[in-house]
Design a protein around this ligand. Structure first.
Ligand code: FMN
Length: 196
């Protein structure tokens, strides 16, 4: 259920409870809500307030299915770094039923102006705002690194209909969680060097 503004959870609760969600119901998200998430995303700090971003929202399930198939095909041919963590990633990618979008009803792309040197950072900051805004609204979200890995592939660029001069800099799915995040992704205590 989407949370209304007057019932918003406490900010610290939002920060502490956000987890990457990897299973979604098919329930769509209204365009009004998707737009609101983006309006909250652009409140992020950004270099000299140039706001070098634009957004693409994909809710067309046939396009998501086509993107998923193409990206999986490319990723399965890509050699992953030789570390144990990446081995399990390769296994996941090889699962015949794996869907990089986890069945979410919406994919949001954040495109950055290639000519603005801070654009890559600006877009990641906007992405984090969007994740937290989604959490505050009772929605789940997940960063789409697999998609980003293939962002320069001409076929993927064409499917995404990316305008010239813009690079895909961040991407996330959002939707109604079908289950609590299984992976608690506990954090280690941060290493802090105090220079006093
Ligand atoms: C740059 C980046 C790329 C990511 N790519 C993916 C992805 O392609 N698929 C996925 O399921 N999760 C992806 N994630 C989510 C991370 O796996 C997740 O944030 C991490 O395990 C910590 O878990 P938490 O988000 O639940 O705290 C990505 C996160 C980041 C920051």
């Amino acid at each position: 259920m989407v949370i209304k503004e007057d019932k918003m959870p406490d900010f610290y609760e939002v920060l502490k409870s956000r987890r990457s969600v990897r299973t979604y119901t098919a329930e769509p998200i209204s365009e009004i809500l998707l737009k609101e998430l983006i309006e909250l995303a652009v409140l992020a700090p950004n270099g000299i307030n140039l706001q070098p971003w634009r957004f693409v929202v994909i809710t067309q399930q046939t396009l998501l299915a086509e993107l998923n198939a193409n990206i999986l095909q490319l990723l399965r041919q890509t050699e992953m770094p030789a570390a144990a963590k990446f081995e399990s990633l390769q296994e996941t990618l090889n699962r015949p039923d794996f869907n990089i979008f986890y069945g979410a009803p919406a994919l949001i792309l954040i495109l950055g102006d290639r000519q603005v040197p801070t654009a890559m950072i600006d877009c990641q900051l906007a992405a984090e705002n969007l994740f937290l805004a989604a959490q505050a609204k009772g929605l789940g979200s997940c960063y789409m690194g697999f998609l980003l890995m293939q962002r320069e592939d001409p076929q993927i660029r064409q499917l995404l209909n990316l305008p010239a001069g813009y690079e895909l800099m961040a991407a996330m799915v959002v939707g109604h969680p079908a289950a609590e995040a299984a992976d608690k992704a506990e954090r280690q205590p941060p290493q802090i060097d105090w220079l006093r």
